[in-house]
Write a protein of this length. Structure first.
Length: 181
């Protein structure tokens, strides 16, 4: 009977330890409390599809983004997240125009982070557009934290593509996401 009780105690302890590890494995050190905003940083690559950007149009244009982040959640600990973003931007190509978007990160364990972005400053230098988006984590991991995303699009199209009838439809970008809880 004592042996059975010992086995049950060990199994119960392992179950509790496993549950704790599952809820805190992604969180940075010192931030392993469920429901508490956490800080982490991610970098990645994304494919951006526009509804058609035109040089002289300021009409809202739909934008969808799909990419992969590699996130550092603690020294020496990384997690990978795929993400999808839906939003709108102004139609002009010269710089990134004011936009609104919602990005959902999906982690391997099935959990998510949802960020609502508003536009920020953007610049163009040597054909590379750099935009900074500011947002808030509205659901999932890091809820309540602030987010800042820097996007650098590569010069894959000519600047004159914006003036063509089809406009600019697709580009690739490198990104950096910082979430501060």
């Amino acid at each position: 009977m004592t042996r059975t009780r010992g086995v049950r105690t060990v199994l119960a302890a392992l179950a509790v330890a496993g549950a704790l590890a599952a809820t805190t494995a992604w969180a940075p050190a010192g931030h392993g409390h469920p429901g508490r905003a956490a800080s982490f940083a991610c970098s990645g690559r994304e494919d951006i599809t526009y509804g058609g950007l035109h040089l002289l149009s300021s009409a809202p244009t739909p934008v969808t983004v799909d990419g992969v982040y590699h996130c550092t959640v603690a020294p020496g600990r990384e997690v990978t997240a795929t993400y999808h973003t839906e939003g709108t931007t102004g139609g002009e190509c010269v710089l990134f125009a004011p936009n609104q978007s919602r990005e959902t990160l999906r982690y391997r364990d099935g959990s998510t982070t949802v960020i609502a972005y508003r536009s920020g400053p953007s610049t163009r230098l040597a054909g590379v557009n750099t935009a900074t988006l500011h947002g808030v984590v509205v659901a999932g991991r890091g809820k309540g934290a602030t987010a800042e995303k820097t996007i650098q699009t590569l010069p894959a199209a000519l600047p004159t593509d914006c003036a063509l009838p089809g406009g600019l439809r697709h580009t690739t970008a490198f990104t950096h996401l910082s979430v501060e809880g």
